[in-house]
Structure formats: structure tokens, C-alpha cells
Design a protein around this ligand. Structure first.
Ligand SMILES: Cc1cc2nc3c(=O)[nH]c(=O)nc-3n(C[C@H](O)[C@H](O)[C@H](O)COP(=O)(O)OP(=O)(O)OC[C@H]3O[C@@H](n4cnc5c(N)ncnc54)[C@H](O)[C@@H]3O)c2cc1C
Length: 911
């Protein structure tokens, strides 16, 4: 078991990362994260002449027309946290950003730099990041270490080195010597200030190449009166992304191992089928992406050579697409005749003497293309893209690596030969040096290796493999600490103690679990279960947690260090958060690990979590089944008490709750169960007395004290005591006392119920409650249980726009409970706000039996029934309203319902 050595005094391992473009910055970020998780002591030297991490060739641009050619949802630094970049955009650039946006590329450079700052701050003091503004001209082996020679001749020592210098510079082999000598030739459009002269001057331009670089350069250099020509072998421009993209479609037959001719046919069939079925070829091409590396490595050298000669340029136009906005801008230039792409090859160039080309007296170039065409332009820009063979590079760094035998070229002489982690393979049988690479240098091995979705995965894997040599992932198993129920924890004793404190608090529903979990991950950043518990608390318990981040940390950490139970638990939390069948996974987990109290707490719908909603009966059986494993522990007895009252066995619930409270007087689940027993039996006066006394003694320390106050308010409402409800709300449930999810679930819901019962004269203070919740929680709630309460709160505020947005969110949600229960509930609530009571009554009547699927307790879901009662009465359907009331009065008497029933019988429309 790899246990963190965060306080160790081992000397720091130094990693030199050569190149701080996207690839180098991503490596540095993942090294920081992995070293932080493992407690490795690391110094990272980020060496780049620009001194600006994250920019490199692609992201240095400040031109807003230069957009990413991958949607924001695909550009996160973290493979496990796909929305990280989108969340950054929302915070730093545009609150309305979505995963589908193609944002300006410069923003991505800032994001990379920011993320590195965050990652290195988190990893301090065990990791130090140092920026070195210099170019590396040579890398040598020096004993077991590496020596880097800088452009000024100084040397830098490092234990390991990562070559992240990006694509090789174009060699302009296609350009005739006259052109290469000409000052009107731009050999590298991405070099700093390369286009400045072309922006300042007039004259037509020829771009050689018609890929994404040519597109950007054309947009930058366009101006009225100027024609920009673009020639390339195929003459094809990159295709645009779809405005509303469809999900990738994997091929339905096996492709691996096919020779190129068969592969080509199979791909054409796959594309044809996709077009016939979906009207678009893109999902077929995107569906090949995960297979590309394997397909490439399965081809013979002859097939790869043929692919490069025949298919490569077409593949590029289909695979590396431009954003819809870029395509539109480009089309406008084409329509105006200012951008003219064509098939062609430059054969000769003749510089014109000064003034020879005409009245404007400007020097120019006559470019002869194949087929006898000529173009007269003022500038020629090389947009052919990077070179691929390091042996033919003009950069001595690359030729030096090959000459010294530290590296050898990759398949088809593209990039370098590497092992699967990106470690460079040297010449002959030499032991590989501690030298790694990624991105364009691995294209020969992987083919698709130049875009961020691939580079970030390589960076994470490289960081892990590199650190294996510093702090091994697995050490001979030391005895692991355990939780209260004897389950082993993959962490060190200090972090385990903090985790157990959190569990104890969660079991008792005491405040403090969030704090204790934070302490656990601070003590051991690689402690997967503690990250997962934080993510679950943030998602379902309303804790202030960056949920996607905590989940990503849990997933990454459990891969590095975690046993089967921990992996299963992280997956359960992931599925619950991502709305992908978490209930079934949770039940399976508990079948295998019945003593996992965190999982058990999540499965049973009480206070902190919404429970296994879709499979409630299963959850109940589960509590019964796990009883022998818990041997009468007060936590398990509390849960048993809770489900007994949900099953209307109030005598058993009462007995069990009191037994648990005798063992642990602060046991929140037991107190909660007993509260429900009083409420469901209509014993409101005694229930209120007992609850107020318990709140006085133990309620202040509970994590969900607002919920107990809500219960007390509900008793007061049932007693038809409007003044008491009002007092309770202002003293215990107003925004000065409660905010966030609890304000939504408890404060807002009590206000709505008081208003429906006509027990809150005048306007309710709902706006102040909504202000304390936050728009995202209201309009994009993660769970159906929260969404139910969002609909109630928005209805209480009469916010039809908010209800409309919540409806849209729920209708498209992957969780069927959101689409099948919450979306129609929003319709009903909108109808109620607009006093279309008949419609509201119809929808709510249909929804009432489905409300169980939302989770939570019967008393919480009763808000649907209360709204229905109001809708029936207000629409004049007194008989139905009376029936509903009678049903409830038979079950549970209350002063409020008795008054309503009497009024209905007397024919008085009532609340
Ligand atoms: C115009 C353009 C647009 C693109 N758009 C996207 C996009 O939207 N999405 C996407 O996923 N991909 C895009 N790409 C692909 C792009 O290649 C990668 O996303 C990524 O930028 C590659 O980063 P890199 O660090 O490997 O290379 P580079 O960006 O080239 O960075 C290499 C770095 O190494 C430094 N360096 C080089 N030699 C040395 C040396 N000897 N010593 C020290 N430092 C050195 C350089 O100064 C530079 O900072 C785009 C590429 C281009 C050219």
C-alpha cells in the first residue's frame, strides 16, 4: 500500500519539462496532482523561451476570431473531470458558457496557466514549480541523471526530463529557393509578430496549405480589396463541426487487424450507414477516434505509407474540423471573392523587381502553379503544417537526441519511438533514459496525438509512470487502518482518524462531517474514499464542495490506490452524481459490503441523502438484510426505525428509535424517525413538545437543524397555529439562520405549505430565501429530490421563467425521475402560479402516485398532495378535495384538515 510521505525529508526529485505549451503545461499540472496525492517531493523546472506557460503555438493568439476547433466540453485539463474548462469559463469569461461552445483560443491559454497555478498551489510545499525562460539546445545523459544545455551555454541538471517541444517546425521543402530567400515569404505564421507586416500593408496573399492554420491566417489577414488564395494538394478545407452535434457512433463490426484496403471499405460502410440513419457523417468519424491508435498500430508499414499518400489529407479535413462560427466567417469571405481556395502545387516563384508589377509600385511575387496557372501576390505564407521526421529537423536538440542514441525515430519516421507511457526508446538495446515525451512526438506511435483530448490523457499517464520511479504506487502491504465497523481504509492512520470522525458525525447527523472529510483529504490527498464522501455530501447533502472536482479526485486516487470496496464505492458515488443508474449500483455495493455505513446512509432516504428512490422497497429490504451485520448498533437501529415509520409500522418505529436514542441520545436519524412517528400518527401536540425539547438539548449540533425546525413548523401548521408557524420560521428558518439546499428544502417548502393552507397572511418572504440558494441549484438541480423542492420554491415566488428553465433542465436530464416526474411537476406548478387550477389539478392527480420516485420522506413529498388539494378546491372540484382530505384524516387527524373538511362540507371554498 502506497502511503503518503508528505512529511518525509527525502531530497526532491527534479523533473525538467522542456516546452511549456499545452503539452508541457498539462504534464506539469498532472505531475503536481499526482505528486500531491502520493506525497512525493518534486521540483518541476518548466523550461521555455517564451516564459508564458500554456500558450505555445496554438493558444498565444489574442485574436477573438481564432477559435478552438474542439468544443469547450472536450478541452478540460483533467480526463476525469470533463467540465473543468467549462466551469472555469463560467467563472472567468462568460457565465453563459456551455460545453458546446467553441471559445476564442486565447482563453484556453489563460485556463491552462491558471490551472497550473492552482495545481502547484495545492501541491505546495511538497512540490515546487520553477519557470526557466530559455531554449534547450541539447539533452545529455549524465550518470543516472539528465543534463540540459541551454541556449546561453549554461547547464541544468534533472533526475528526469520530459520533451514537450510540440510539433517540429515546417522545413518548407516545397518552397523554391527564390521564395525561401524572399523577404515576402512568411515561413511560420505562428512565430511572434510574423503577420504584423502583412496586416500593415496591402496586396494579395497566397497561403500554401488549406488546413486549420490557413483558415485562421485568412481570417486574420482579410480586408476589403485583398484576395487571399489558398492552394493545397487536395484543395479541400476543413469541414465544419455540426451546430447540434450527435453522439459518436462506434463502428458495428470489428476493424482491428484489417489490412488498409479492407479497413477503407469498412470505414466507408460505417460512414454510409451513419449518414442513412442519422443524416450526418460526423458521428461515424468521431466514433473511430477511440480506435485510431490501435488501427494505426495494426497497419503494416506499406499500408501506413499508402494511408499517408492517399487518405491522410482527406482524413484531416474530416477529423480536424473548424467551429461553425469560423466556417460561417470563412464562407462570407468566399462569397465576397476575398478568399479563394484551389487545388494546386507551387512549382516556381519569380520575384518582381520593385515597381514592375504595376501602378501601385509595390514589389511582388509571381507564383507558378502546376497546370500552367500563375498568381501574382505580394506575400506567400507557409501554412503546410509541421514537419514530422526529427532526423531532418533543423533544430539541433532533435538531431542531437538521435545522434547520442537517447532517442530513435518512431514508426514511418514520424516523431520518436516510445513505450506506452511515453518514455523515449533509445538506439539499440540501451536502457531507456529517464526521458519522456508526449503530443506530436508520439504521432508515429499513436497517429492521433496532437489535440488536447489525447494530450491530457498522455500527460496524466506520463506523470503517473514517471512518479512510479520516485514514490512507487504500491508498497508491500502494511496493516491498513480500519473504520468503526472494521473495514480497511487505504490511507494512513491520521487521515483514517479524520475520516472516522466524519463517519461518526454522519451516522449521528451531527454537523462537522464536511470539515472532518476536508481534513482527511488535506492529510492524504490520495485518499479516494474521503474525496468520494465529500462529492456525495456536496451533491446530495448541500455541502459547499466542488462536486465534479471531488469526484475526479476520488476516481483518479482510487485507480492509484484503492481496494475493491473503495473502487466500488467511488463508482457508486460517480453514478449517483452523473445520474447513471446509481441506485442499482448502490444496492449491489451494499450486498457485497453490508457494513459500509456511508453507503447504507446514502441508500436510506432520511435527512442527509435522498436515498435509493426508484428502488425504495429494495432499500427497505436492504436495511432488514444488513441487520445481522450491524449487531444492533445504534446507527443501524436508527435506520430501521426510520423505514418502519415509512412502512406505517409506527409502534415498531417508536420502539426502535427510543432504543437507539438510549444508546446515543444525539442519534439524529433516530430522532428524525421518532419525529415522523409523532407526525404520521397526528400526535402533533406531544410531537412538538418532544421535538422542541430534543432540539434544545441536541439540535444545535445537528447538521440538519433546519430540518428539525421544519418538522416543528409542520406540527404547528397541523395544529392550525398560524402565529406559531410564523414565529418558528422567523426564528429558525429565515435566511439569517439557513441557506443553500436546506433553505430550499425546509424554509421555502414551509412557506409554500403555509400559504396553501392560508396560514401566512400577506406576502411571504420567499425572495430572500431564493437569494440565499443560488440560481444554479434552483434551475439546474443535480438530483430529482432537490428539483422537487426547486419547483416548489419557484412556484412560491411566482417565477414562471425559472419554472420554465427548470422544466427544460429536467426534461433533458439523463435521470428518468427528472424527466418523468419533475418536468410535469413544473407544468403543474406553472399552472398553479397562473391560477389555471383545473390543469394543475389534473397533472398533480396523475403525478401523486409517482412522487415516491423522487425520494425523501412521505412528509416531504406531501407538498405535492397539499398543492393538489389547493388546486382541487380552487377549481371547484370540492368532492375530490373532500375525498382527499377524508383519506388523510382517516390516516392522521389534524386541526388544519378538520377545519378544511368542515369548510368544504359547508360549501365554503377553503384553503
Ligand atoms: C492554430 C492551431 C490551432 C489549434 N487548435 C486546437 C484546438 O482548438 N484544440 C485542440 O485540442 N488542439 C488544437 N491544436 C493542436 C495543438 O497542436 C495542441 O492543442 C497543442 O497546442 C500542442 O501543444 P504542444 O505543447 O505540444 O506544442 P506547442 O504549442 O508547439 O508548444 C511547444 C512549446 O515548446 C517550446 N519549445 C520548443 N522548442 C523548445 C526548446 N528547444 N526549448 C525550450 N522550449 C521549447 C515552444 O516555445 C512552445 O512554447 C491547434 C494547433 C494549431 C497550430
Amino acid at each position: 500500500m502506497s502511503l503518503p510521505t508528505h512529511q518525509s525529508l527525502e531530497p526532491r526529485h527534479t523533473v525538467a519539462v522542456v516546452g511549456a505549451g499545452a503539452a508541457g503545461t498539462l504534464v506539469a499540472i498532472h505531475l503536481c496532482e499526482a505528486a500531491h496525492r502520493r506525497g512525493s517531493r518534486l521540483e518541476i523546472l518548466l523550461v521555455d523561451p517564451t516564459g508564458a506557460p500554456g500558450t505555445g503555438t496554438a493558444y498565444a493568439t489574442r485574436d477573438p476570431r481564432h477559435r478552438l476547433n474542439v468544443p469547450a466540453g472536450g478541452m478540460s485539463c483533467y480526463p476525469d473531470d470533463g467540465t473543468h474548462f467549462v466551469r472555469w469559463l463560467v467563472r472567468h469569461a462568460n457565465t453563459r458558457s456551455t460545453a458546446a461552445d467553441f471559445v476564442p483560443r486565447g482563453l484556453f491559454g489563460s485556463y491552462l496557466a491558471d490551472t497550473l497555478v492552482d495545481a502547484s498551489a495545492r501541491a505546495r510545499p511538497s512540490v515546487a514549480v520553477r519557470h526557466v525562460a530559455a531554449a534547450v539546445t541539447d539533452i545529455r545523459r549524465q550518470g543516472g541523471r539528465m543534463a540540459l544545455v541551454l541556449a546561453d551555454g549554461t547547464e541544468l541538471g534533472a533526475d528526469s526530463c520530459v520533451l514537450a517541444t510540440g510539433p517540429l517546425r515546417s522545413r518548407q521543402g516545397w518552397a523554391p529557393p527564390e521564395l525561401r530567400r524572399s523577404p515576402q515569404f512568411v515561413p511560420d505564421p505562428w512565430a511572434p509578430d510574423a503577420l504584423t507586416r502583412l496586416l500593415a500593408a496591402d496586396g494579395d496573399i497566397l497561403l500554401v496549405g488549406s488546413g486549420l492554420t490557413a483558415v485562421d491566417v485568412a481570417l486574420t489577414l482579410d480586408r476589403p480589396g485583398r484576395t487571399i488564395h489558398a492552394v493545397s494538394r487536395g484543395g479541400e478545407l476543413p469541414r465544419p463541426h455540426a451546430v447540434a452535434p450527435l453522439a459518436p457512433l462506434p463502428p458495428d463490426g470489428p476493424l482491428l487487424g484489417l489490412p488498409l484496403a479492407d479497413l477503407r471499405r469498412a470505414v466507408h460502410r460505417h460512414v454510409g450507414r451513419t449518414i442513412r440513419a442519422h443524416g450526418d457523417w460526423r458521428p461515424a468519424v468521431d466514433g473511430l477516434r477511440p480506435l485510431t491508435a490501435q488501427l494505426w498500430s495494426g497497419l503494416s508499414d506499406a499500408d501506413r505509407a499508402e494511408f499517408l499518400a492517399r487518405d491522410h489529407s482527406r482524413w484531416n479535413t474530416l477529423r480536424h474540423r473548424m467551429s461553425p462560427a469560423t466556417a460561417e466567417s470563412l464562407q462570407r469571405l468566399r462569397d465576397a471573392g476575398r478568399f479563394v481556395p484551389a487545388t494546386g502545387r507551387v512549382e516556381a516563384v519569380r520575384p518582381l523587381p520593385d515597381g514592375a508589377e504595376g501602378a501601385d509600385r509595390r514589389p511582388g511575387l509571381v507564383v507558378a502553379l502546376n497546370g500552367g496557372r500563375t498568381l501574382r501576390v505580394r506575400w506567400v505564407v507557409d501554412c503546410t503544417g509541421p514537419a514530422t521526421d526529427p532526423a531532418r529537423s533543423a533544430d539541433p536538440l532533435h538531431t542531437g537526441l538521435l545522434d547520442s542514441g537517447l532517442a530513435r525515430t518512431g514508426p514511418m519516421r514520424i516523431g520518436y519511438a516510445t513505450d506506452p507511457d511515453g518514455r523515449l526508446l533509445g538506439a539499440g538495446d540501451t536502457t531507456p533514459a529517464p526521458l519522456w515525451t508526449l503530443g506530436a512526438h508520439r504521432r508515429g506511435e499513436l497517429w492521433e496525438s496532437t489535440a488536447v483530448p489525447e494530450i491530457r490523457v498522455q500527460a496524466a499517464r506520463l506523470a503517473g509512470a514517471l512518479l512510479d520511479g520516485v514514490t512507487p504506487r504500491t508498497r508491500p502491504a502494511a496493516r491498513r487502518p480500519t473504520d468503526q465497523l472494521g473495514l480497511p481504509l487505504s490511507t494512513h492512520p491520521e487521515a483514517a482518524t479524520a475520516y472516522c470522525t466524519a463517519l461518526e458525525d454522519l451516522m449521528a447527523v451531527r454537523a462537522g462531517s464536511e470539515e472532518a472529510l476536508r481534513q482527511a483529504v488535506e492529510l492524504d490527498p490520495g485518499f479516494a474514499l474521503a474525496h468520494a464522501a465529500l462529492a456525495a455530501l456536496g451533491h446530495e447533502g448541500g455541502a459547499h464542495v466542488d462536486v465534479p472536482r471531488a469526484l475526479a479526485d476520488a476516481r483518479t486516487a482510487v485507480r492509484e490506490r484503492g481496494d475493491e470496496r473503495e473502487r466500488s464505492m467511488v463508482e457508486v458515488v460517480a453514478q449517483r452524481i452523473l445520474g447513471a443508474g446509481g441506485d442499482a449500483a448502490l444496492l449491489r455495493h451494499l450486498t457485497d459490503h453490508p457494513r459500509d455505513v456511508l453507503a447504507l446512509g446514502m441508500a436510506v432516504p432520511t435527512i442527509a441523502f435522498s436515498g435509493v428512490a426508484d428502488l425504495q422497497e429494495d432499500a427497505y429490504q436492504l436495511v432488514e438484510r444488513t441487520a445481522p451485520d450491524h449487531d444492533g448498533h445504534w446507527f443501524h437501529t436508527s435506520l430501521l426505525a426510520f423505514i418502519r415509520q415509512e412502512q406505517n409500522d409506527f409502534a415498531a418505529a417508536d420502539r426502535l428509535a427510543r432504543r437507539a436514542l438510549a444508546a446515543e441520545p444525539a442519534a439524529g436519524h433516530a430522532a428524525h424517525a421518532l419525529t415522523h412517528v409523532y407526525y404520521e400518527q397526528g400526535d402533533h401536540r406531544e410531537g412538538l413538545r418532544w421535538l422542541d425539547a430534543w432540539i434544545d438539548r441536541h439540535g444545535q449540533g445537528t447538521a440538519h437543524h433546519a430540518h428539525f425546525s421544519w418538522h416543528a413548523g409542520l406540527h404547528e401548521l397541523a395544529l392550525d397555529d398560524a402565529a406559531a408557524v410564523r414565529r418558528r420560521w422567523h426564528s429558525q428558518l429565515s435566511p439569517s439562520r439557513v441557506h443553500g439546499i436546506r433553505a430550499l428544502v425546509d424554509s421555502a417548502s414551509l412557506l409554500w405549505r403555509a400559504r396553501l393552507a392560508d396560514r401566512w397572511p400577506g406576502a411571504t418572504p420567499i425572495e430572500a430565501v431564493l437569494d440565499s440558494i443560488g440560481q444554479e441549484t434552483l434551475e439546474q438541480p443535480g438530483s430529482a429530490f432537490v428539483a422537487l423542492h426547486s419547483a416548489v420554491a419557484l412556484a412560491a415566488a411566482g417565477d414562471l421563467v425559472g419554472l420554465h428553465r427548470l422544466h427544460r433542465h429536467a426534461a433533458w436530464h439523463s435521470d428518468p425521475v427528472q424527466s418523468e416526474v419533475i418536468a410535469p411537476l413544473c407544468d403543474a406548478m406553472s399552472a398553479a402560479v397562473e391560477e389555471r387550477w383545473g390543469e394543475a389539478a389534473d397533472t398533480l392527480t396523475a403525478l401523486r402516485p409517482l412522487a415516491r420516485r423522487v425520494g425523501g420522506s412521505a412528509a416531504q413529498r406531501e407538498v405535492v398532495e397539499e398543492t393538489l388539494l389547493r388546486a382541487l378546491t380552487a377549481s371547484g372540484r370540492y368532492a375530490d378535495a373532500e375525498l382527499l382530505l377524508r383519506e388523510r384524516l382517516d390516516r392522521r387527524p389534524s386541526a388544519l384538515d378538520l377545519r378544511r373538511a368542515q369548510q368544504l362540507r359547508a360549501g365554503v371554498p377553503t384553503a
